[in-house]
Design a binder for this molecule. Structure first.
Ligand code: FMN
Length: 216
């Protein structure tokens, strides 16, 4: 399932327990082959971003996904896993947690590096260039400086110059997948009267979901 225009907000906490929230573009939902009831939500980021440090330190996150048309809100709590380039110096530290068996995604030759490159390749050239900037959050003397940054990065196999090849390498090296493994889903419907709210909680290692209707 691809819903590229869909945006949700993901909250993390830093080492001082200060919350941080930001918008993310939804990229995909992946269903483990032998446990489709445990889907993971896929988005992307820059491995240099502060949120990555926060997710690695405390993988508990919460995202809120509002569907404006139907007026539904999904608040999804879970664990965030960051998947950087397999050649990134810190790849070992970034390895997705062992409790999520990656072989469950093995259908059709799935592997995370292949998926990462596919998602990168599906984005537009100007989007791929966003991963060629100086470190996110670092100081800029003025917006003028941004004019010297790469404006577009070609797909894999389409680089014509040495500079384009270099930009592909930089962008891919900074490009990371983030996937969120939900453990609580809180669905609020404010498009009906009275409003309705349903909560699903995943129980421990068995992974079974329980459903509860709660007061909105
Ligand atoms: C509509 C919208 C979509 C965004 N999508 C993403 C995204 O998919 N990934 C991402 O890392 N940042 C995305 N951003 C930027 C983040 O919201 C945030 O400003 C930036 O990543 C810095 O976050 P951090 O300092 O907490 O790491 C988006 C911003 C907007 C306004």
């Amino acid at each position: 399932m691809h819903q590229r225009t869909t945006v949700y907000q993901i909250a993390t906490v830093d080492e001082e327990s200060v919350p941080h929230v930001r918008s993310h573009m939804h990229r995909d939902i992946l269903y483990p082959v032998d446990s489709p009831e445990r889907p993971v939500i896929l988005t992307t980021t820059d491995v240099r971003a502060p949120k990555v440090t926060q997710m690695l330190r405390n993988s508990r996150v919460e995202l809120v996904w509002r569907l404006a048309g139907s007026q539904d809100q999904f608040r999804i709590a879970g664990f965030a896993h960051v998947v950087p380039s397999s050649t990134h110096p810190s790849y070992d530290a970034f390895k997705p947690a062992s409790y999520l068996d990656l072989s469950k995604f093995a259908e059709h030759g799935f592997n995370w590096e292949k998926k990462r490159k596919e998602v990168w390749n599906e984005m537009s050239g100007p989007f791929r260039a966003l991963w060629c900037t100086p470190d996110p959050g670092s100081h800029l003397a003025s917006h003028e400086e941004q004019k010297n940054w790469p404006q577009s990065v070609p797909k894999l196999g389409e680089a014509k110059t040495a500079e384009e090849k270099k930009n592909q390498e930089i962008s891919l090296q900074n490009f990371a997948l983030v996937f969120i493994e939900p453990v609580v889903v809180d669905w609020v419907q404010v498009g009906c009267v009275p409003n309705q709210r349903t909560k699903w909680t995943r129980k421990g290692s068995t992974g079974e979901w329980t459903e509860e209707i709660v007061v909105p």
